[in-house]
Ligand binder design. Structure first.
Ligand code: PLP
Length: 368
C-alpha cells in the first residue's frame, strides 16, 4: 500500500440494498449514484446493483448518466439536474429520463416535440419546500393541462424532495408531504397518470409514511451510513467504504514534543509518533484532528496535531507499530470500525460531505 485507499465493499452495498428492499416492501428502489456514487464509484456500484436486481438509478448530471450508459447500465436513469434544450436529443437516443422542474422546461419540451416527433421520457418535479429545483405548486393545474395536451405519455413520473426528512422534528416534512399530496390530487382531477410517484430519500424512507408512493430514491443508506443522528437507526446497514492509509514512519519522542503545523499538539507523555500517508488533499477532513482518532488492529489511537495536505501524525503511545501497517481512518474492517457519521457529527458536518470528500491520491479497490 503506497498511499490512501478506499476499499469499496460491494458485498455490503448489496446487503444494504437487500435490507432496504425488505424494509420498503414492494416499493421500487431508485439507487442514487450521483457524485460518483457518493465517492464510492458510480459505474462499479451501479453495475453491481443492476446485476443484483436494482432497475432504477438517479444521477445529477447529464454526463454522469451518459457514463453509466456507456458502461453498459441498461436500467432507468433519472437525471436530477436542470434540463437544457441540448439534452433532449441525446437523452432520447440513450433512453435517459430528464427532469422537468419549471415552466421553461415545459416550453423546451413542447418546442422540441413540434420539430421532432420523439421526446425523451421525463419526470415532473414539484417544489414543496426545498426551494431548489421544482415547479411551483400553484402552477400544477396549468402544467398538467399542458403536459396532457402537448406532451402525452412521455411524462412517466412525478416527484418532490424533502428538506428535513432526516430530522427529529418532522413537522416541515409532514407539511411538504401534504402539499405534494395536493399536487397528486390535482393530477388525479386532471386525469393525468404517472407510472411512478416518488418523494423519499434515505431520511424519509426510515422516518416517514411511504404508503402514497411506489418508489423511493435512496443514496446514503445504501452506502451504509445514516443521513443524520436524529433518524431511528433500526436498519443494520454496514459502511461500504473503508478508508485507510499506510504508516510510513515511526519515531520515539519525549513528553511535550510539538507535532505538526502550529505545534498546537504537544505529546502528553513519552511516546511513539507515527506518520500516515494521507492528508486533507486525499479527503481526510482537516477539522477532525482536534478530537480525531484512527484504528490499527482493533486499537484506537489519537491523531496528533493538525492534518497536513499529504500526511498526518498519530500518537501510538507505548506501542511500536511497524512501518507499512494499514491504518483505518473510517469504515469497517475485520478488527476496526470508525463510523463516518461519528466523524461528521464531531466536526459539525454530514456524512455526505465526508464521503464525497474522498479525492486526491486515494485509490479505489473493489471487494466482492
Ligand atoms: C433529489 C434527490 N433525491 C434523493 C437523494 C438521495 O438522498 P439520500 O442520500 O439522503 O438518500 C438526493 C441526494 O441528495 C437528491 O438530491
Amino acid at each position: 500500500m503506497v498511499g490512501p485507499k478506499a476499499i469499496i465493499h460491494i458485498d455490503r452495498l448489496l446487503s444494504n440494498f437487500d435490507l432496504l428492499k425488505t424494509h420498503l416492501g414492494q416499493k421500487r428502489l431508485m439507487a442514487v449514484v450521483k457524485a460518483d456514487a457518493y465517492g464510492h464509484g458510480s459505474v462499479e456500484c451501479a453495475r453491481a446493483l443492476e446485476d443484483h436486481g436494482c432497475d432504477s438509478f438517479a444521477v445529477f448530471s447529464f454526463l454522469e448518466a451518459l457514463e453509466l450508459r456507456d458502461n453498459g447500465i441498461k436500467s432507468d436513469i433519472l437525471i436530477f439536474s436542470k434540463t437544457h434544450q441540448h439534452y433532449l436529443e441525446p437523452a432520447f437516443k440513450n433512453n435517459l429520463t430528464l427532469n422537468v422542474s419549471s415552466l421553461d422546461d415545459i416550453d423546451i419540451f413542447e418546442s422540441h416535440k413540434l420539430s421532432n416527433e420523439k421526446i425523451p421520457n421525463f419526470h415532473l418535479k414539484f417544489d414543496t419546500g426545498m426551494t431548489r429545483l421544482g415547479i411551483n405548486i400553484s402552477d400544477a393545474s396549468n402544467v398538467f393541462e399542458r403536459v396532457k395536451r402537448n406532451l402525452g405519455t412521455e411524462c412517466k413520473g412525478i416527484y418532490s424532495h424533502y428538506a428535513t426528512a432526516d430530522e427529529g422534528d418532522l413537522s416541515f416534512a409532514n407539511h411538504q408531504f401534504s402539499l405534494f399530496n395536493d399536487v397528486i390530487e390535482t393530477a388525479i382531477e386532471k386525469e393525468i397518470k404517472f407510472e411512478t410517484i416518488h418523494f423519499s430519500n434515505s431520511g424519509a424512507s426510515i422516518n416517514l409514511d411511504q404508503s402514497k408512493f411506489d418508489q423511493v430514491r435512496v443514496g446514503m443508506l445504501l452506502y451504509g451510513a445514516y443521513p443524520s443522528s436524529e433518524v431511528p437507526k433500526d436498519l443494520p446497514v454496514e459502511p461500504v467504504m473503508e478508508f485507510c492509509a499506510p504508516l510510513v514512519e515511526v519515531r520515539k519522542v519525549k513528553k511535550n514534543t510539538p507535532v505538526s503545523y502550529g505545534g498546537v499538539y504537544k505529546t502528553p507523555d513519552d511516546c511513539t509518533i507515527g506518520v500516515v500517508q494521507c492528508g486533507f488533499a486525499d479527503g481526510i477532513p482537516r477539522e477532525w484532528y482536534k478530537e480525531g482518532f484512527v484504528s490499527m488492529n482493533g486499537t484506537y489511537f489519537k491523531i496528533a496535531g493538525r492534518i497536513c495536505m499529504d500526511q498526518f501524525m498519530v500518537n501510538f503511545e507505548k506501542f511500536t507499530p511497524s512501518i507499512g501497517e494499514e491504518i483505518l481512518i473510517f469504515g469497517k474492517n475485520k478488527a476496526n470500525q470508525i463510523l463516518m457519521e461519528n466523524i461528521s457529527e464531531t466536526i459539525k458536518s454530514t456524512p455526505y460531505v465526508v464521503a464525497t470528500g474522498i479525492k486526491g491520491r486515494t485509490q479505489k479497490e473493489y471487494k466482492f
